[in-house]
Design a protein around this ligand. Structure first.
Ligand SMILES: [Zn+2]
Length: 499
């Protein structure tokens, strides 16, 4: 999300598991049978300190399939999730995350499974336990109404709502935990996986989702479109769009596919601003982060009346009324566009291991946004960082350390850690690191980060380790003093700054 967002939501592989246990050894010999492992339930969450219930233990997700079918008036839908997984323990039972919605069917490997619900957990008991290392497919069908709202800002604080609608438009707003209000999912970035999304919507409207459109089938009043995200997709970055829009395709720098979903009656008025800004912002980031190629190969914008400024993967959501020439000229929409594009690296390609690591998404997005503003709008990076430094102690006291925010400080708690510390505090930490190691080493750290963790999950410790490895210096004490303290340390090179 952007810090400029009108929403109250402030502005916005797993380690490979060894599956050889039930297979033959490399020599072809059959391993001695292990003492029979008793199947047991997978855990209800991944132990995330801010969101302990999100994600699910006992299995890795290999692929998400999500089929959504809307009614003609868009007030209701059916969602079928088909999740291909592999057990990391013998499973007598396992969970998916699910809130709201009415469950109508649950199967495991095609056979009806028992299920029950507890809070935001769907507990599934297959007819036969799943052995450790086994692949299995769970399918869950749910029905739900689509929430009605005029704008994202109207949704109020804590707006990780999943799907919502204004008239003939639908969009998703999931950060950090709205996706399991849409369908049954493993709703934590650590369980990201490639995804196939299928949308069936009234033929008079268009539809769009993350990834590439690979099939369209019209059957009378309904049209079905299939979208493939070959790269891993975190559920918080899921986007489902339906509306009276036209999709315009363009070529970006070195062959990057660009697509803009624009309201059909305003497409001509909006597109010139995007044509001018999006390729330029991609090139700007590549100047800093290297020309190794945009992480996801494709990028787009979904312009909606509800807005949101959300970096939903490969398809940023922006409000139609902030895409006018006046808004670009006077209110810095280009800066928001740049912020959201930087998330394709920071957050989407490299996803947070824990939600406390959000500063790695938002701190980077703010840092590069400040660099963009310095160049495009005669901003002064040092001055804006000085201002953030002044604000630091007040915010650290209120919200807790940058990489260890206090859950109780967020209202509602479900919106932790979306606040000053992750955004501005994260950017300030990156600036401090640059001051400490110099521009050249800082750039080497950043480039190694997006290269080494491309399409993976990574956290604060990974960043600290990588910074040390790249520079040959132990930067742990320095970075930890910035990330885990409630009092801002001295800014290298600016001992005269006060907070
Ligand atoms: Zn953001």
């Amino acid at each position: 999300m952007s810090r400029n967002s009108s929403t109250a939501v402030i502005a916005t592989g797993l380690a490979a598991t060894l599956f050889g246990l039930t297979a033959c050894t490399a020599t072809g010999a059959t391993p001695a049978p292990r003492a029979a492992e008793k199947p047991r339930p997978g855990s209800a969450g991944l132990g995330d300190r801010l969101h302990p219930g999100l994600g699910n233990g006992g299995y890795d997700v290999r692929h998400y399939g999500l089929d959504l079918a809307f009614t003609q008036d868009l007030t209701r839908y059916t969602a079928t999730s088909t999740i291909a997984a592999r057990a990391t323990q013998p499973l007598s039972r396992f969970n998916l995350d699910l809130a709201g919605t009415t469950v109508s069917e649950v199967t495991v490997d095609g056979r009806t499974a028992r299920w029950s619900r507890s809070g935001q957990e769907l507990r599934i008991t297959p007819q036969v336990p799943v052995p450790r290392g086994s692949a299995f497919t769970v399918r869950v069908r749910v029905q739900a109404p689509v929430l009605n709202a005029q704008r994202v800002s109207e949704l109020g604080t804590g707006s990780a709502v999943g799907l919502f609608r204004q008239g003939s438009w639908i969009q998703a707003l999931n950060q950090p935990s709205g996706a399991h209000r849409i369908a049954a999912l493993a709703d934590h970035p650590a369980q990201k996986a490639p995804a196939t999304i299928t949308i069936t919507a009234p033929s008079r409207l268009n539809s769009i989702a993350n990834g590439d459109l690979t099939a369209t089938r019209r059957a009378g009043a309904y049209t079905t479109r299939r979208f493939e995200s070959r790269r891993k997709l975190a559920t918080e970055l899921l986007q489902i769009g339906v509306g009276p829009f036209t999709v315009v395709h363009r070529q970006g720098p070195h062959g990057i596919e660009l697509r803009y979903a624009l309201p059909t009656d305003q497409a001509r008025a909006i597109e010139p601003q995007l044509d001018k800004t999006v390729p330029k912002a991609i090139r700007f980031l590549e100047e800093h982060l290297g020309n190794a190629g945009f992480p996801l190969g494709t990028y787009g914008v979904y312009a909606t009346p509800m807005g949101g400024e959300l970096e939903t993967q490969s398809l940023t959501t922006l409000a139609i009324d902030e895409l006018t020439p006046e808004e670009f000229a006077n209110n810095g929409t280009d800066s928001v566009v740049e912020h959201e594009i930087s998330h394709e690296y920071f957050g989407n390609s490299v996803s947070p291991r824990h939600w406390s690591d959000l500063w790695l998404n938002e701190g980077h997005a703010i840092y590069y946004q400040e660099l963009w503003d310095a160049r495009e709008h005669s901003g002064d990076l040092k001055e804006s960082m000085h201002e953030l430094y002044r604000q630091a102690n007040t915010n650290l006291r209120k919200l807790g350390p940058i990489a260890a925010p206090r859950p109780s400080a967020f209202k509602p708690r479900a919106m932790a850690p979306y606040g000053w510390t992750a955004y501005q505090g994260g950017a300030l930490t990156l600036y401090a690191l640059r001051q400490k190691v110099g521009e050249a080493d800082f750039q080497r750290i950043e480039r190694a980060w997006i290269r080494d963790y491309r399409d993976r999950v990574a956290g604060t410790d990974d960043y600290i380790r990588l910074a040390g490895r790249v520079t040959g210096r132990d930067l742990g004490p320095f970075l930890r003093s910035w990330l885990y303290a409630e009092k801002v340390p001295t800014m290298p090179g600016h001992a005269d700054w006060h907070s």
